[in-house]
Design a protein around this ligand. Structure first.
Ligand code: COA
Ligand code: ZN
Length: 308
């Protein structure tokens, strides 16, 4: 059975949506702690406009401040050429290009329609490949609102596939299907994942779920049952797009790892180390997190029998 590959997104999707700025040194400490837990990748920050996302204005300091390890990939979100150039200057393993599958969310989030984003993608990929350190960089694309748009409702599968086709033609190597505001349900996830893998058999797909309506883990399981092994998840279940109404946290990393490990599916992640990292989050962000296993303990936790 193929081991899962988990991409931790709390430092990006999580911290972008917090009420207050997380100090750079705290971000670096958390990423360094996460780097030794067995996660495949960490989405460390995003190189976007500091006016759009002020909480990640320290992207360059974070990327150059963390301890690098050969066994964990450092990926960063970039929306345009300027972001790609800043990211490459910091030295990264992967760029995660972002665009929306729907016009309204694309305009709200990035001030670009999907067509305009694809033009940026072409320019970004050229800039990455022309950069002396860019040849080895993996190019992933995240497609927001793949399972529905908070402004437009249903996004047709044909539209999602048309956009993926364009991305791959431009040189994108992996695609993340994002359920930006937790609209997806497990039946829909199974349908889209099956169809995507049969239409694009050579493309590694990652699934990015938000738990906005409590369907995050069910959706991850539905995706896994179709053969998906790559997931985005966020420590403590932090996260949310500031430009999507009603957005809330991602599927929680330690809850996802716990579920799969309980099922006998290897995640490669040290759950105890992850839980220890999650336990410090409330101090870091100033509030309780939505994560459940960190509060309840693992399912095989044994309580002392009450004495009479
Ligand atoms: N990094 C740093 N600064 C950037 C930047 C980047 N990647 N891209 C643009 N800027 C700066 C420009 O230099 C300009 O600065 P100035 O006003 O001081 O001259 C300003 O931002 C506006 O630039 P412009 O190219 O006109 O961008 P825009 O206003 O059309 O915004 C994006 C487009 C994509 C840059 C912006 O919407 C954005 O960063 N969105 C990201 C949203 C996000 O991360 N959402 C959550 C994740 S899905
Ligand atoms: Zn997200």
């Amino acid at each position: 059975m193929t081991q899962l590959q988990i991409n931790e997104v709390a430092p990006r999707d999580g911290f972008q949506s917090e009420a207050s700025f997380i100090p750079t040194a705290d971000k670096i400490r958390l990423i360094d702690a996460l780097s030794v837990t067995g996660l495949a990748r960490i989405e460390t920050t995003s190189f976007v406009s500091p006016k759009a996302i002020p909480h990640l204005r320290d992207a360059a300091e974070v990327v150059t401040g963390i301890q690098r390890r050969t066994d964990v990939g450092i990926t960063v979100l970039v929306p345009n050429v300027k972001g790609a150039e800043r990211a490459l200057a910091g030295g990264i393993d992967e760029v995660n290009l972002v665009m929306s599958a729907s016009d309204s969310h694309g305009l709200a989030n990035l001030r670009m329609t999907p067509t305009q984003s694809l033009e940026q993608f072409a320019a970004i990929i050229e800039a990455v490949r022309d950069h002396p350190q860019g040849r080895a960089v993996f190019i992933n694309a995240s497609l927001s609102t793949s399972f529905g748009c908070p402004f437009e409702g249903e996004v047709p599968q044909a539209r999602v596939f048309e956009l993926i086709e364009h991305q791959l033609a431009l040189g994108v190597q992996g695609v993340t299907l994002c359920d930006t505001t937790g609209m997806a349900n497990p039946a829909q996830v199974a349908r889209l994942c099956e169809a995507a893998q049969s239409r694009f058999p050579d493309t590694p797909f990652t699934l990015h779920f938000h738990n906005t309506r409590g369907m995050g883990l069910a959706n991850a399981l539905a995706a896994w049952q179709t053969g998906i092994t790559r997931f985005d998840a966020s420590l403590g279940g932090l996260g949310g797009c500031p430009f999507a109404p009603g957005a809330t946290g991602n599927v929680c990393t330690e809850d996802l790892v716990h579920m799969f490990e309980q099922m006998g599916v290897a995640t490669g992640v040290d759950l105890d180390a992850l839980l220890a990292a999650s336990a410090i989050l409330p101090d870091l962000v100033g509030h309780e997190t939505p994560g459940q296993v960190v509060k309840a303990g693992k399912a095989d936790r044994q309580y002392p029998i009450p004495s009479r």
